[in-house]
Each structure stands twice: as C-alpha cells, then as structure tokens.
Design a protein around this ligand. Sequence first.
Ligand code: PXG
Length: 466
Amino acid sequence: MTLISNHMPTAELQALDAAHHMHPFTAGAELAKKGARVITRADGVFLTDSDGERILDGMAGLWCVNVGYGRKELAEVAARQMSELPYYNTFFQTTHVPAIALASKLAELCPGDLNHVFFAGSGSEANDTNLRMVRHYWAAKGHPEKNIVISRKNAYHGSTLGGASLGGMGGMHAQGGLPIPNIHHINQPNWWSEGGDMSPEEFGLARARELEQAINELGEHRVAAFIAEPIQGAGGVIVPPSTYWPEIQRICDAYDILLIADEVICGFGRTGNWFGSQTYDIRPDIITIAKGLSSGYQPIGGSVVSDEVASVIDNAGDFNHGYTYSGHPVAAAVALENLRLLEEEKIVETAATEIAPYLHEQWKQLEDHPLIGEAKIVGLMGSVAMTPHKESRAAFASPVGTVGYRARERCFANNLVMRHVGDRMIICPPLVITRAEVDELMARAVKSLDETYAGLKADGLLVPAS
Ligand code: PXG
C-alpha cells in the first residue's frame, strides 16, 4: 500500500487527489487541471498547507470550527471514548452515557422547552429527520394531509434529497430531480438584491407576509411547518431586516404550523448568543443543530424538539427512522467536551462582548470601499455585497459570481479564506479569534478587495447590469 504522508510533494498529492477523490460542489475536471490546495495541519485560526503557507481561516472550516483548531482536550476525549466504547447504537431500547450526557446538556442550553434530542450524523440528516418528524407529528394527530413544508429560495438545509429539497438553491434543484413533492418555497428577505424601492423595514414585512399568503393559498390544513435559518449562511450571510422575524413569529403563532429554526450555522455562539433564535427572539418548535455542536471535530448533528412535539412522537408508536451513527459515542463525547470549552472558557460570551464589537466597527467601514455596497455582520458572521454602482445597488453585467470568484482568488493568494457566494464575500471566523487576528483578517481582506477592484477596472468589468 502506498503511504500517503503530509511530506509528499504537493504535486504528487494533487495528482492522486485528482485521480481518485471526487470533491463536493466542485467541477472536477477544472480542479484536476489546477490542483487542489492541500491542507496539512491547523492551529487556532490558522491553517497550514503542504507548501508551508499559513492561511488565516476566515470561514472556521465550513462554518463549524467555533473553538478553533488544535484543542487537545477534544482529541483526548475522543481517544478515551474510543478505548472505552468506540461504538454502540441507540436503537432497540439501548443507550450509552455519551448520548445521555449530550442530550441532557443540550436540553439545558437550548431555549424554551426544546428538551428532546434526536441525533443524526450531520445537518442534512437532521433536516431529513425534521421533514419526516413534522409529517409524522401531524399524521399522529389525525391530519395526514397536513404535510407541506414551506421554506425559502436561496436557503441551505443540506445536500441529501430531503435537505436539498427543503433548501432553495436553484443549482441544486437543477440536478437529480429535486425538489421532492410537498415542499413550497417563498422569497428570501434579501433587501440588497431584491428590495427595490422599499425601505429595508417595509421589505422585511413584505417578505415575511409571503408566508401568510402561502399558508392561505395552500390551506392551513395542508401546511405542516415553516423552516428557515435565522440568518441565511450559505445563501450569502443574508441578514434579515429587523421587521422580518417578529412578523414571521406572529404568523407562526396565528396559524397552526410548526416553526423549525435551522441553527446549523447560527447555533453555538455564532450570532452573539448561544442560538440565533435568541438573537432574533424566535420561539421554534424544533431546531436543527450540527457544525458548531462539535466544532467540526467529529461529524454529528441533531434535531432538538419541544416537549409538545416529543410527546406526540413518543406516543405514536415506533418512529421508523434513525441512523447507524445516531448519537455516536465518540462524536457525542467530543461534542460534550466542545460545549464545556465554549461554556467554561466563556468563548461564546467573549466573542459576543469583546470580539464582535471590534470586528463590526472595521467590517462596517468596508462600505467606504469603492467595490462594496452593503456590509452586514451579526456576531461573528458577516458579508459584503460587491457592486459596480452603490447608489442603485446594481449587480454586475458579468454572470453572477464572476466578480466573487475573482475576489476569492485574491483572498486565496493573500492567504485568507474568505468565501464568495455569487458576488457577495462572506466571513465566519472561529469564535476564538483575537483582536490582533481580526486586524490581520481585515488587512488581508482589504488588500484582496483592493486588488480585485484594480483587476476589474483594468479588465473593464466595473459595469452595471442593464
Ligand atoms: N443547514 C444549514 C443551515 C447549513 O448551513 C446544513 C444544514 C447541512 O449540514 P451538513 O452537515 O449536512 O453539511 C448546512 C451546511 C457553503 C456550505 O458552501 C454550507 C454548508 C455545507 C456545505 C457548504 O457555504 N452548510
């Protein structure tokens, strides 16, 4: 067997990668020509690649490494749990200590009466669980026809058939026969791109009221639930206008439907509170969790459900659903230790009270940059919209994402991971980022935006779409 080590030349690793490894959300043939960047180790907020470059990870991996890289406590807990009980399932009337301990801790941390956890291996799986659970819930209450879930365009809820159907990504729906039936999408609260002449507040209300219109059109007796991320993450960190969530909550209270808050990104300190639902005063019946739950050190997700939902499900016989790795003991033990770090080291609190205000001040200043229209940030997740003409909030004449891709390439070259979604740039750094590292992040971001702007100017691409 070939020994594949960190010390192999980068080109050889890239060639093997291109030959045998299929990447998510990637045009494989294009990547093969260029070669993937090989990440070999990480510590704090910095990644190291196979050429020894140190890269500031402005995305916390994939929105998940909340405690930062290199926490030995998590490795030690994993090793201990693997020696003691590496695997057992939670089917067939069995359980184990890590699943019990993690579920209890989550019941304590999660808002309201969200006291019951159904574990999954990822956020996608958890949203599949939610889809089946809300339909089963209404069927158990004698309303099997109440099975439509309302979601939003440009939402991201995962990549499984259920998750991608709940999500509102056109590119995903275009492949593989999605969405599955009985999922209905309304418009997103993206004022910058879609608000027209309305004020953000008017627009937030108008977009929220689309939920009420949809319920009335479809019939309240047909609608099981509404699902949404408190702040759309993968959609481009779309921060909703202040009027949006209160109106959504009013509608969910007025009609007999369940509210699912997908906290996969917003959970575990990202928005300045433990959960995005607290930041926006949302009272969900179910939340989806993953990512920051284990800071990405182990794959784990789950659905945390209210006393009411759990009681109906628990009294309706077998819920014929579950995953081999539901409540996996190693993943659960690592998640529990991660929650201990977040809580005892006051990582959530410090990020909210000391780091977020410092970052916000600098991030908002990006609105003075010639390429940037709006700069939005809540807690430690932010985005900027790039535009050729600020006053009219114009999009570029070039295909959507052309400018974003160029900006991301400049960030890559400047050893900063800052992602693009269309022509928005987004950040979501580990919650443990320090003030000095914020300065470094901002310096690299500004340099990259300056270079992008100069490049667009040189290539005649600063042209508004007509
Ligand atoms: N819900 C939300 C809100 C997410 O952001 C999922 C569910 C699915 O979780 P899993 O663990 O199954 O991936 C996510 C995942 C991106 C990107 O490009 C975002 C995610 C995943 C992959 C890529 O920003 N979010």
